[in-house]
Design a binder for this molecule. Sequence first.
Ligand code: PHB
Length: 375
Amino acid sequence: MSTIATTPDVSSSQEKNLFESVKLGPITLSNRIVMAPLTRSRALEGDVPCESAITYYTQRASAGLIIAEASQISPQGKGYVFTPGIYNEAQITAWKRITDAVHAKGGHIFLQLWHVGRISHPSIQLNGALPVGPSAIRPEGKSYTLDGFVDMVTPRALETEEMPGLVEQYRLAAINALAAGFDGVEIHAANGYLLDQFLRDKTNQRTDGYGGSIENRARLLLEVTEAVTSVWGGDRVGLRLSPLSKFGDIADSNPEALFTYVVKALNRFKLVYLHVIEGDTGGERELDGGFDLQILRRASDSLYMANNGYDKALASTSVGEKRADMIAFGRPYIANPDLVERLRSNAPLNTPDPATMYGGGDGGYIDYPALSDVS
Ligand code: PHB
């Protein structure tokens, strides 16, 4: 009797991995497809999430994990009109209705904790205050205000004495997120916002203990992570980085050394995942002067969540080859509430309408059809 050697069907076994469950600390996710945090700019007066956000997020509850949109930890942390907050009772109440509804559908939802730092404008700040940053360096670019797009301004450099207060803003926001019923939180340390501004030497030119060496530039991030994990425990906290992105007019002279140090230093907190935007945010995945981001995955003790420009083929290969544990999809989730089902069945994807990505009402927000609506 002869045996016939068969070639293993690599593609289907890899594909299976994307739809396999994964343990995220104490939670079991039903698949490895994550809804990335997406600013949709539909919050109400007082930075309170709108009513339709309940529908929007529950429509997407089949994602293994939803990471809710970046939410400012304080009025100072706000950089755009109509983004939600997580710093007062009204916001907690509104978020609780969303998390309850997502849980009722069997989903899991984290909140992304956000301070924009210098990426803001006096017209968005309390009493017309200047935005704050590590150093008084004006970002190139425009802010979206009630008067439309305006040039960004030179921020006020934070005083050393203000740093404990800043860390406290994160701790209180983490407590609020717990009260709002989230399953965990993601620390936003990406995309040229406050924590990223401290990490990188283009934006951080401080001479105190929060600037200069890599260790000093990472100090704020580590203090914030300590504060947030003191509330949640590391196994319900993720953290997002964008080591090669230029988004927010940001850069570093040695991103490989910086981010390798950061990822190793974070290991002491036993974070449940590291979320990495690969390449330029919303743009090219391969950049000149970049480095192999798998170095970070190998340096990290956490699960590795990859993001930026993934389609089903790349996601399946990455998870199948263990280059990533989970894949976060951003823009595809705007227009495809049932993205998991569509990827599973190789169904065509709806295309998002750029005109309704930021701001507006229910159009382009909760009216993208699921397959079950059209068949
Ligand atoms: C945005 O509002 O455009 C935005 C917000 C958070 C990000 C990236 C982009 O991390």
